[in-house]
Design a protein around this ligand. Sequence first.
Ligand code: FES
Length: 95
Amino acid sequence: MEPIKVRVCVGTNCCFAGGESIIEALEDDADLAGFVKVEAIRCLDKTCAGGAESPVVTVGERLIKRATLEVVMEEIERQALPLILGAPDEEGRDA
Ligand code: FES
């Protein structure tokens, strides 16, 4: 089982808008251990639009602008649920 990759921008705009606190909260959440890999990144090709869209977070392939911890956790739960429940893989085998 591959952990869900969560990338949190800690560029200047996103850091001031709460990116750093999102990383800390995710890293401190023991329930996420093994399910989530958190990574700090720098400005995502100016996705933040000069800070208007900060903080920027990706959960798996989903890009979240103006991210809050609540929205990030909801997306993690949505993506992790099949892993937790042991959903069948593409070939129909249980995890
Ligand atoms: S500073 Fe975070 S995307 Fe630009």
